[in-house]
Design a protein around this ligand. Structure first.
Ligand code: SF4
Length: 249
């Protein structure tokens, strides 16, 4: 796909995907030319997508970012999911030298001290490995949903990601948490046991807490920061994160 055709394809897909169910959406994506990569955090919505890919044996790679700071429950779920759906999940890990550089500058848990340090840690442990996972891909599938947070309220089914020059597809954009739970139950999808302990959204262990009743789904992520739009940078352009570049390490 050329630069322009990816833009055009993304616009056409965005219009088409809303008419299909999840299996149809993913089958359409799998049939596009080029490599499609789904990046999973092993969260409940990502488990739904992995299940749909595995059950229909779709030609979509499943990859995850093993940051080195995940909950043990999350790490265990990777293997359990591979076994359940008979697929291989590719692991992408941070470069040890980058982690050492981060620790020397900020301290290994320096992400609590400033937004700059937190973005620098996410850069080393997530953004750089994500770049490797998406290398050469033409389509990036994610589990983003509109109702996860105000920041995600306008999530399209498909869009052109100019920064990475690929088509980003969000096949669960219009799904509610009730839709997710119903699918999980119907297909006996293995999920992270932390969800039942008050963690609707699960990231790295030191940066995720359980939420209180009535709090938004993502309130437990980087809870010590005040910015309502806080994200790790995976789903926002670099330009929106001032400190997110190698020079901040
Ligand atoms: S979520 Fe926390 S530990 Fe994980 S990469 Fe980001 S700052 Fe580092």
């Amino acid at each position: 796909m050329t630069f322009h055709s990816r833009q055009d394809t993304a616009a056409a897909l965005d219009a088409q995907l809303g008419e299909l169910d999840l299996a149809g959406r993913l089958a359409l994506v799998a049939g596009l030319s080029g490599r499609a990569v789904f990046t999973t955090s092993l969260g409940i919505e990502d488990q739904v997508i992995t299940a749909a890919i595995g059950l229909d044996r779709l030609d979509i790679e499943v990859s995850t970012l093993e940051t080195g700071r995940l909950f043990q429950e999350t790490v265990d779920l990777i293997g359990e999911t591979e076994e359940r759906f008979g697929l291989a999940i590719r692991r992408f890990r941070p470069d040890p030298a980058d982690v050492e550089d981060f620790a020397a500058k900020y301290g290994i848990n320096g992400f609590y001290e400033s937004v700059e340090a937190r973005h620098a840690c996410c850069h080393v442990r997530k953004i750089v490995p994500l770049g490797k996972a998406l290398e050469g891909a033409s389509v990036w599938v994610t589990g983003l949903r509109r109702s996860q947070s105000g920041n995600r309220a306008n999530t399209p089914f498909a869009e052109y990601d100019a920064e990475r020059n690929l088509i980003k597809v969000n096949p669960l954009a219009d799904w509610s948490i009730d839709d997710i739970n119903a699918f999980v139950e119907a297909e006996s999808v293995p999920i992270n046991p932390l969800h039942a302990r008050g963690y609707p959204s699960i990231g790295c262990e030191p940066c995720t807490r359980a939420i209180k009743p009535g709090e938004p789904e993502r309130a437990g992520r980087w809870w010590w920061e005040n910015d309502e739009k806080r994200e790790c940078g995976l789903h926002v352009p670099d330009a929106a994160i001032p400190s997110l570049n190698s020079s901040s390490l």
